[in-house]
Design a protein. Structure first.
Length: 107
């Protein structure tokens, strides 16, 4: 199950050094809703290896502002406490998201 990140829990997850994937989304966003089942599925599949969760940009703002999230859905990838160069914007197929998670694990 995907984590529902707040600013506090997102920063804690990032600082843990574990691989983290954060899906920036909103309830009114159609493409975000389309991505939700994919994010949920991959969160279960990669449980124990990657922390995967959703960050509602209408409820939380600090991390979104810090990362200049201008469109949603946007997915950011973190490892060893740092944001990586991996970034996905817009609705993505499951295969692409899976490839990026595997790329994150290989870093």
């Amino acid at each position: 199950m995907a984590i529902n990140f707040t600013d506090q829990t997102a920063y804690a997850a990032i600082e843990s050094g574990q691989p983290v994937v954060i899906d920036f989304w909103a309830t009114w966003c159609g493409p975000c809703k389309a991505m939700s089942p994919i994010v949920e599925k991959l969160a279960e599949e990669y449980a124990g290896r990657v922390l995967i969760g959703k960050y509602n940009v209408d409820e939380e703002t600090d991390l979104a502002a810090e990362n200049r999230i201008m469109s949603i859905p946007t997915l950011l990838f973190y490892k060893n406490g740092q944001k990586t160069s991996i970034r996905l914007a817009g609705s993505q197929p499951e295969a692409i998201l899976r490839e990026r998670i595997e790329e994150l694990l290989a870093l």
